[in-house]
Design a protein. Structure first.
Length: 291
């Protein structure tokens, strides 16, 4: 339960930091690239037995190559998430990412025989969908049309891939050291991909990249929180506390509620009556899932 709570708080912190980037004028891509380098370095320090873990990783089991491939999607979706939080808003961006729980739950029920869902689970999912939809109806002056709709669509599909594959691939790791290394390997690939992109742009005369003290400070903070969001989710799944599909639901609903309340307090985002109904339905969905 503590790992799940830590995962919810960490993931919420990511969305809020992206909003803060806009206020402080932080360059998103540069901060994201620094974040991956920090997340990987921080994650390595958290591996109990790094020598053993790397020996196992170099045999390239499923968790190794799967984690490395996830890193490529990480930097793509993360960059879109950062832009979306600034252009579309924290709440709408969070909603788009957390709606992935619908497809994720279906994928788990289809691929894992033990993930058979009872009637109250489906009821909770239905309530969660309604809660997320109602919570996403905003009157913050942002008109969701044209190319802005592309941001939540990409986040929805990308989040589905990430939310499903992270817990699914963790099943192939056998020890705590392997799990800890697995949690930070995607950041390595993401950082290398971003670094190669910057190098390519630089060789072609690009001058838009700025790695100032501001990017390093906020990128470092983002990296520590980002690693925590993945590590705590993996630890929650590894604990066997409950079905993976339920963990994904609880995690996503928790992020929606916490990020919305914090956005109200810090960024003065306003909720309409229908938004409060959505949050109420989300709370009911959480209670039903805990049955």
């Amino acid at each position: 339960m503590l790992f799940l709570l830590a995962s919810i708080l960490s993931t919420t912190g990511l969305y809020l930091l992206f909003k803060w980037f806009a206020i402080k004028g932080v360059h998103v891509f540069e901060a994201i690239l620094i974040n991956y380098l920090v997340a990987f370095s921080f994650g390595i320090c958290m591996v109990e037995n790094p020598t053993y873990a790397f020996e196992q990783a170099f045999t390239f089991p499923t968790w190794t190559w799967g984690a490395l491939l996830l890193g490529i999607s990480f930097i793509s979706i993360f960059n879109v998430t950062g832009k979306s939080a600034q252009l579309v808003g924290v709440s709408n961006t969070t909603i788009a990412g957390k709606m992935s729980l619908v497809l994720v739950v279906l994928l788990f029920s289809l691929t894992n025989p033990e993930e058979k869902l009872e009637w109250h689970h489906w009821l909770a999912i239905a309530l969660a969908i309604l809660g997320i939809v109602f919570s996403s109806i905003k009157s913050d002056g942002v008109k969701m049309k044209g190319n802005l709709l592309l941001y939540p669509a990409i986040i929805f599909l990308g989040s589905t891939l990430i939310d499903f594959m992270i817990p699914k691939l963790s099943e192939t790791a056998n020890t705590h050291s392997e799990i800890s290394l697995y949690a930070c390997l995607p950041f390595l690939t993401a950082g290398l991909t971003g670094g190669l992109y910057v190098l390519y742009q630089k060789t072609n005369g690009a001058t838009q990249f700025r790695f100032t003290q501001k990017e390093w400070i906020y990128g470092t903070l983002l990296g520590v929180i980002n690693y925590g969001s993945i590590f705590f989710l993996v630890k929650t799944v590894d604990s066997g506390w409950m079905m993976k599909s339920k963990i994904v639901c609880l995690n996503n609903l928790g992020v929606v509620m916490v990020s919305t309340f914090v956005a109200i307090l810090l960024f003065k985002e306003r909720l309409s009556k229908i938004n409060w109904v959505g949050l109420g339905l989300s709370i009911v969905a959480l209670l039903v899932l805990m049955m």
